[in-house]
Design a protein around this ligand. Structure first.
Ligand code: S3P
Length: 210
């Protein structure tokens, strides 16, 4: 169901604590030793792939910090992403994105959610590939499902507008251009169409432990 990935745990549906979770490093010495090979886990994928939701949950499971690239850019700039696009243009946003990514990759024990367009820049891809002890996870899903999730997300009261989703044709063109870039960049790909956030995190941990 398209909305399942978007559902953050509610008070009546508590997220599993790391120690209740069979895929948690606390429950598996093997997983803990595999995760210790990494200083950071970066989530990539198109808009609507669930990078932020899964990233937050993954960070909580690992007792790591969670950083969302878009939110970091906004905090540094004092402006929202749509404002930056409208006032300064996409090229300027991409420069801020590259600079902020470089700064975040200096952190250890972090899960970082990229914006969907970050891997389009060659410099960002090289930086990610050349940063040691960094796993890059592609959260993949069919375009129709990604767009449906974006549509559902845009109805939320706390929704952040996505300037590059203005029309279907442009979004499709960007997706087709980016898909091979996500796949080449990723050390691991998780197909999320049949997952919810909890099982996505379990799939990431399983992929990292094999
Ligand atoms: C963008 C994706 C957005 C944000 C900006 C541009 C893109 O992030 O960085 O609106 O070019 O795909 P999310 O993928 O988190 O929505």
């Amino acid at each position: 169901m398209a909305t399942a990935l978007l559902d953050m745990p509610t008070p009546t549906q508590p997220a599993p604590t790391p120690d209740d979770n069979p895929a948690s490093p606390a429950a598996s010495p093997h997983l803990a030793s595999r995760i210790s090979l990494f200083d950071r886990i970066v989530l990539t994928g198109f808009m609507g792939s669930g990078k932020t939701t899964a990233g937050r949950l993954l960070a909580r499971t690992l007792h790591w910090a969670f950083l969302d690239l878009d939110r970091e850019i906004e905090a540094r700039e004092g402006r929202s992403v749509p404002q930056i696009f409208a006032e300064s243009g996409e090229a300027h946003f991409r420069r801020l994105e590259a600079r902020t990514l470089a700064a975040l990759l200096g952190r250890r024990n972090v899960v970082i959610a990229l914006g969907g367009g970050a891997p389009e820049e060659l410099g960002n891809r090289l930086l990610l590939e050349q940063t040691p002890r960094t796993a890059v996870i592609h959260l993949a899903a069919p375009l129709e499902l990604l767009l449906e999730r974006c549509r559902v997300q845009s109805l939320r009261p706390d929704a952040t507008a996505r300037p590059v989703l203005a029309d279907l044709e442009t979004a499709t063109r960007r997706y087709i251009h980016r898909l091979p870039l996500y796949n080449r960049l990723a050390t691991h790909t998780i197909h999320t169409a049949t997952h919810n956030p909890t099982t996505t995190v379990q799939a990431i941990l399983t992929a990292l432990s094999t």
